[in-house]
Design a protein around this ligand. Structure first.
Ligand code: FAD
Length: 305
């Protein structure tokens, strides 16, 4: 049987990953470990990814500030032991302004200069976010507080598919603008699977006069069921073809990993073709997938380039 012309043309185009110069900046996100075994996994992952020279790594903050100490410990440890600039995520949830300010001051005193400033999600058991009495109202308000404490570098969250609490895309963009105006220098997006969705968002942000850097968040899929659950909550669309690709792989972790790397690498390649040079990886504390994708994008351990 003869293949359709378009299919043949696609298959004969240049190899997707040939000769990429690795002219990209990457950052890696981790979550604070809950056990000694998980702490070891995290240490191994940081060690594996460090040679790629990330411009920063970041550590998340558990719902309701539940990981305050563990986030602090990991951020400081990574910065001191691995020598990578580390950013601490910080939210407004379930804390007064004074309490949040104290956490930020401790970071500054420990040498941490970068905060990912977030409103946060409602604490477990609550469905809607409500401002803590005496707390910061939202991320933009938190940025104002951080600016009064010290000259932090500040990253924030952005939502190409619109935050579920937002009435519409314009309001969400206006909120992002308020965060840049308050002092953020970079927005990291909720994870996306469709490059066009990122390009549209970037265009809308430019048209709305947003000047800051917007970095796509890349989620290499570890568990498709978990990603489906998360996407239901955060509003990221999962393309139908992706469900088809993960079908039947629940009991085949190695095959799943290969499929996952292929999908994420293609997404990054298409983003790269559209001019994207910064990528933020949600590593889920595992190095290999993110490492493989960076490698395919041409990134090599520093000193080997
Ligand atoms: P904001 O920017 O404050 O706003 C959220 C929504 O509310 C927006 O849609 C906005 O339009 C609307 N809004 C805000 N203020 C107003 C207002 N005054 N009037 C009307 N609407 C308003 N969560 C954690 O708990 N810990 C983490 O470590 C963490 N890290 C994250 C990292 C990244 C890169 C991303 C993308 C998300 C992260 N989250 C984290 C999730 C985040 O906390 C949630 O998405 C949360 O619901 C919104 O936080 P935000 O900072 O985007 O909020």
């Amino acid at each position: 049987m003869t293949a359709p012309v378009s299919e043949t043309a696609l298959a004969h185009e240049d190899p997707l990953f040939a000769s990429l110069p690795g002219d990209i900046d990457v950052s890696f996100e981790f979550f604070p470990p809950k056990s000694e075994a998980m702490a070891q996994t995290l240490r191994n992952s940081v060690e594996a990814l460090a040679p790629l020279g990330p411009r920063f790594v970041s550590v998340t903050y558990g719902a309701g500030g539940s990981t305050r100490e563990r986030t602090h410990a990991e951020v400081v440890r990574i910065q001191n032991e691995a020598g990578i600039p580390a950013a601490a995520h910080l939210t407004c949830v379930a804390a007064t302004r004074d309490e949040v300010d104290d956490v930020a001051r401790h970071y500054w005193e420990a040498g941490v200069r970068h905060i990912v400033a977030l409103r946060g999600d409602p604490p477990t058991g609550e469905t809607r976010y409500s401002q803590h009495p005496g707390g910061y109202a939202n991320a933009a308000d938190l940025i104002g507080g951080l600016r009064r404490i010290a000259d932090f570098e500040i990253s924030v969250a952005a939502y190409p598919e619109v935050h579920p609490d937002s009435p519409h895309a314009e309001a969400d963009l206006a909120n992002l603008k308020a965060k840049f105006d308050a002092g953020a220098t970079r927005a990291i997006t909720q994870y996306i699977f469709d490059p066009e969705c990122f390009f549209r968002f970037r265009e809308q942000a430019e048209a709305a006069g947003l000047g800051g850097e917007i970095v796509p968040g890349i989620m290499p899929v570890m568990s498709f069921a978990a990603v489906q659950r998360m996407s239901g909550l955060c509003g990221t669309a999962i393309p139908e073809w992706m469900a088809g690709l993960f079908e039947g792989l629940d009991e085949r972790p190695e095959a799943r990993q290969l499929v996952s790397a292929t999908i994420a690498a293609e997404l990054c390649r298409r983003l790269y073709a559209g001019g994207v040079r910064q990528f933020h990886f949600y590593t889920l504390n595992r190095a290999e997938l993110s490492y493989a994708i960076c490698h395919m994008l041409g990134l090599r351990p520093k000193g080997l380039q």
